[in-house]
Design a protein around this ligand. Structure first.
Ligand code: ZN
Ligand code: ZN
Ligand code: FE
Length: 761
C-alpha cells in the first residue's frame, strides 16, 4: 500500500471572490483528502494530506476545471513533512503587509441567479441585487483588499440570518459571496421624480417601465454609474434625449433583453453571439439591418449599432418583455456630452436633472465609476475598442522584470497602466482629459489602483506631448516624488502595445503601420501616418505621410472642409468652385484659410492619416463638419462597396508617402461625376494597397515580414479587414490588437512596455 503524503499548494491569479475555496473544498472532499484551504494576501494556499494518486487527480482537477470566473496564473506545489488531519476545512484569511491579489472585474448575472430571479418560490424572487460567488459586482464596490465585505460598499448592509447562513456554508453557492443580499437585508431600488421619492421596490420598477413606455427619459443607477435610457424605437424620445444631452451625432448604445431581440435589428455571427453573451457583457458593434422601427437618431450615418445584453438583475427586470414594452432601449452613459459618467447620487441629481424626467436609483454606493466596454469582432476575434467594465482591472502578462512603472497614457480615450512584478494593470477607460471632472477621475483612479494593488511606482512614463494633462501629471509627480521619468513618442507606444500584446518576447524589429489622428513627433510636427520599424526598446521612422499644414489646429479637425482644401492646396490643385468643401466655406473663410496656408500662420505640419481620411470624406461629400472625432471617416466607411476593386495610387519616395497622385486621380473622378460610393471604396482600397507596397519595400530592404497594425485609424473595420487579408495573401505575418485597444486607450500599455525595455537595455 502506498503511504499518504502531505502537499502544500500555492495558487496565484484571480482566485478570490470567485468561489475558489468552496471549489477546492468540494474536490478535496471528493478525493478524500484532508487538510485546509485559505485566502492568503497573494492568492490561495492549500495543504492536503492523502493518497498520492488522489493528490494528483486533485491537482489536475484544479487545472482543468477551475470555477468560471477564476483565472489561474500559477500553481506551485511542494511536498511537506507528513501531517495528519481529521477533515478538510476552510480557514480564515491571512494577510501580509505589502502583498496583494488581483481583483475581479464586475461579472454579469449568472444563470443560477437568473433562475432564482424568476422563481416565485425563491426568497430572492424579483430581487434586483441577486448575486453569488459566480456573478455580481466586484471592482465597482471594492474599496480595499483583502476582498472582504467590510472593505466593500456592501459594508453598511448587515446580513440577515438567512443570508449569513448561506454565506458561512461551504456547500452553498453563496459561500463568502461578499455582495450577498436579499430583500430583507440588502440594498433596494426607489423611483424619484425631481427630488421626490415616489415609490420603492416593485412599484418603483413598474413606474420606471411606464415612463419608458410614455417616451420619457429615465436615469438608471447601474453598476459603474448612471445610464440614461429611453425607448429606442420612439423617434421623439430619442430626439429629446439627444437634444437634452447636447450630443449631436454620436451613436447611442443600446440594450436588448435577449439575442432574439438583438437579431431583429442586427446581423449576428457566432463569434458576435459569444461576445454578446460573454460574462463581460460588453457593447458589441454589429452590422445593422435596415429596420424602420429603430429611431433614426440612435446612430446617424452608421452602418453598425452598439448593443449589449442585460448584465445586472435590475436590467433583466427593467427590460422584461411584455406587450407594449419596447424590445430595445437606448442605454447611454449618464452624463452631459464629454463629461465622465455620473456615479454619485448627489452628483447625478445635479448633472442629470436637465436631461432625465425621472430616476430609478438604489442605495448601494458605487466605489469606482466604470463605463460600459465597447467591442466588435474582426476576423473571428474580439477587438476591444473601449476596455472598461467586465475587463478592468484584469491584468496582462508583463514579462519584463522591473521596478513598478506608472504609464499615464494619452490625452484622449485615456487609460493609465501600472505594473507590478510580471503583471500590468491597464485601467478602465477614463475618457478625454479635457475637463476638470475627467481629470479628477484620472487622479482618483490612479490613487485607487495604487492602493488596491499595493503599487508604489518607481518609474513614470508619459507621452512626449508637453500639454497633455496626463504628461503634466506624470512630470509633476516624478519631480515631487523623485521618480525616474521617461517621455515616450506616441506612435512608438502604439507599436509597442501591439507587439507586447501579440509577441511580448519579440527581440527583432518589425514593421509598424501606426495610423491615427494626432500624436506629437520628435520633430515637433503632428504625426499620424507613420511607418515605423522597431521593437519595444527602439524604433526608426521609415516612412510617413508627406507633411501638410494643419491651419488653426482644432478648428480644422472640426471642419474637414478646411482639411480637404488644405490637402488640395498642398498638392497644387486649384479650389474649383464645383468642389464640395469649396462650396461649404464662405468667401471670407476661404480667404482667411488661403492666407493662413500661404503665410504659414498657426499651421503646424502634420502627417496625420486621420486627417487625410477627413479630407477625402469632405471632398467626396460625406460631411464638411464633424461633431465628434472620426465622424467623417466612420460615415465614409459605411458607404464602401466591397465589389469595387479599383484604387488610387500613392507615391513612395525616400521616406515620404506622397498623396499627390491620389488627389489628382480622385479630382478627376469627381469631375467625371463618379459617385461617392465609388470614390470612398477606391480610397479604402488605396490605403490597403499602400500598406502592401510599403511592406514590400521594407521586406526588400531588410527582410522583415512581420507587420503590426496600430492606431485609431484601424478602428475602421473595412480598412483593417482589407489590409489584413491583402498582407496575408502576400505572405506577411500580421499582428493587430484584440484585448488592448488599437486607439489611444492602448497607449499607456505601450508606454509601460517601452519603459520596462528601455530601462533594461
Ligand atoms: Zn450568480
Ligand atoms: Zn438577507
Ligand atoms: Fe494615437
Amino acid at each position: 500500500m502506498v503511504s499518504n503524503i502531505t502537499v502544500k499548494v500555492k495558487i496565484r491569479g484571480v482566485v478570490q471572490g470567485v468561489g475558489f475555496r468552496p471549489f477546492i473544498y468540494h474536490i478535496a472532499t471528493h478525493y478524500d483528502l484532508k487538510g485546509w484551504v485559505l485566502n492568503s494576501s497573494n492568492g490561495v494556499e492549500i495543504l492536503v494530506t492523502g493518497n498520492p494518486n488522489s493528490v494528483k487527480s486533485f491537482l489536475d482537477e484544479i487545472k482543468q476545471n477551475p470555477p468560471t470566473l477564476a483565472r489561474i496564473d500559477s500553481i506551485e506545489t511542494n511536498q511537506e513533512i507528513y501531517q495528519e488531519f481529521r477533515s478538510f476545512e476552510i480557514r480564515m484569511s491571512e494577510s501580509k503587509e505589502g502583498e496583494f491579489i488581483p481583483v475581479s472585474p464586475d461579472i454579469c448575472t449568472c444563470d443560477d441567479c437568473l433562475q432564482e430571479l424568476i422563481n416565485p418560490a425563491d426568497r430572492r424572487y424579483r430581487y434586483p441585487f441577486i448575486n453569488c460567488t459566480n456573478c455580481g459586482p466586484r471592482f465597482t464596490i471594492i474599496q480595499n483588499i483583502p476582498y472582504d465585505r467590510p472593505l466593500t460598499t456592501m459594508s453598511e448592509f448587515e446580513m440577515c440570518e438567512d443570508c449569513k447562513k448561506e454565506y458561512e456554508d461551504p456547500e452553498n453557492r453563496r459561500f463568502h459571496a461578499q455582495p450577498i443580499a436579499c430583500p430583507k437585508c440588502g440594498p433596494h431600488i426607489s423611483y424619484f421624480i425631481q427630488n421626490t421619492k415616489v415609490a420603492e421596490n416593485d412599484e418603483a420598477l413598474r413606474l420606471a417601465r411606464k415612463s419608458i413606455i410614455k417616451g420619457e427619459i429615465l436615469a438608471i443607477k447601474g453598476l459603474g454609474g448612471y445610464h440614461l435610457a429611453c425607448n429606442a424605437t420612439d423617434h421623439e424620445a430619442v430626439r429629446k434625449l439627444r437634444n437634452r444631452k447636447k450630443r449631436s451625432d454620436k451613436p447611442f448604445a443600446l440594450m436588448a433583453y435577449s439575442l432574439e431581440q438583438v437579431s431583429r435589428y442586427c446581423e449576428i455571427s457566432v463569434d458576435e453571439k459569444n461576445l454578446l453573451e460573454s460574462i463581460e457583457r460588453p457593447i458589441v458593434l454589429l452590422d445593422r439591418k435596415y429596420n424602420s422601427e429603430l429611431a433614426l437618431d440612435v446612430a446617424p450615418g452608421q452602418r453598425s449599432l452598439g448593443i449589449m445584453l442585460p448584465y445586472t438583475p435590475l436590467h433583466y427586470l427593467l427590460l422584461e418583455p411584455e406587450t407594449g414594452f419596447p424590445d430595445l432601449l437606448v442605454m447611454t452613459s449618464g452624463n452631459m456630452s464629454e463629461e465622465p459618467i455620473a456615479y454619485q447620487d448627489d452628483d447625478a441629481e445635479i448633472r442629470l436633472n436637465s436631461i432625465a424626467d425621472s430616476y430609478l436609483i438604489h442605495n448601494r454606493q458605487i466605489q469606482m465609476r466604470v463605463d460600459d466596454s465597447v467591442t466588435r469582432i474582426i476576423n473571428d476575434t474580439p477587438f476591444i475598442l473601449r476596455r472598461s467594465r467586465g475587463y478592468a482591472p484584469n491584468s496582462f502578462p508583463f514579462p519584463y522584470s522591473n521596478p513598478s512603472i506608472l504609464a499615464t497614457g494619452a490625452e484622449l480615450k485615456n487609460t493609465f497602466c501600472l505594473t507590478r512584478d510580471n503583471l500590468a494593470f491597464l485601467s478602465h477607460h477614463i475618457g478625454d482629459l479635457e475637463n476638470l471632472e475627467t481629470y479628477n477621475a484620472f487622479e482618483e483612479s490612479i490613487t485607487h489602483f495604487e492602493k488596491l494593488f499595493r503599487i508604489d511606482p518607481k518609474i513614470i512614463a508619459c507621452d512626449l506631448h508637453p500639454n497633455y494633462l496626463a504628461t503634466r501629471y506624470g512630470i509633476a509627480r516624478a519631480e515631487k516624488e523623485n521618480k525616474k521619468l521617461l517621455l515616450i513618442q506616441h506612435h512608438h507606444a502604439h507599436l509597442a502595445a501591439c507587439i507586447a500584446e501579440n509577441r511580448p518576447k519579440l527581440e527583432s524589429p518589425i514593421i509598424g503601420l501606426c495610423f491615427d489622428g494626432t500624436g506629437l513627433g520628435t520633430d515637433h510636427a503632428i504625426w499620424g501616418g507613420e511607418v515605423l520599424i522597431g521593437k519595444l526598446s527602439q524604433y526608426i521612422r521609415r516612412f510617413h505621410l508627406k507633411y501638410v499644414p494643419l491651419p488653426g489646429g482644432d478648428v480644422t479637425i472640426r471642419i474637414p472642409a478646411r482639411m480637404a482644401l488644405t490637402h488640395l492646396w498642398a498638392n497644387n490643385i486649384e479650389w474649383d468652385p464645383s468642389f464640395l468643401p469649396a462650396q461649404d466655406l464662405c468667401v471670407e473663410e476661404k480667404n482667411v484659410l488661403r492666407t493662413q496656408l500661404t503665410k504659414g500662420i498657426n499651421s503646424p505640419p502634420t502627417s496625420s492619416m486621420g486627417r487625410l481620411f477627413d479630407a477625402i470624406a469632405s471632398f467626396i461629400g460625406v460631411r464638411q463638419r464633424v461633431n465628434y472625432e472620426g465622424q467623417a471617416a466612420i460615415e465614409m466607411e459605411s458607404m464602401v462597396d466591397f465589389s469595387i476593386q479599383d484604387y488610387y495610387s500613392f507615391n513612395l519616395a525616400n521616406d515620404l508617402i506622397d498623396a499627390e497622385p491620389l488627389w489628382n486621380q480622385i479630382v478627376r473622378d469627381f469631375l467625371a461625376n463618379a459617385s461617392p460610393t465609388v470614390m470612398a471604396s477606391k480610397f479604402h482600397n488605396s490605403v490597403s494597397q499602400l500598406c502592401l507596397d510599403i511592406c514590400q519595400v521594407i521586406k526588400k530592404e531588410s527582410g522583415i515580414t512581420t507587420v503590426a497594425l496600430s492606431g485609431g485609424v484601424w478602428q475602421n473595420k473595412v480598412l483593417i479587414k482589407k489590409t489584413i487579408s491583402l498582407l496575408q495573401q502576400n505572405h506577411f505575418e500580421v499582428l493587430w490588437h484584440s484585448k488592448i485597444p488599437t486607439n489611444d486607450g492602448g497607449i499607456a500599455f505601450g508606454q509601460a512596455c517601452i519603459a520596462a525595455n528601455t530601462i533594461l537595455n
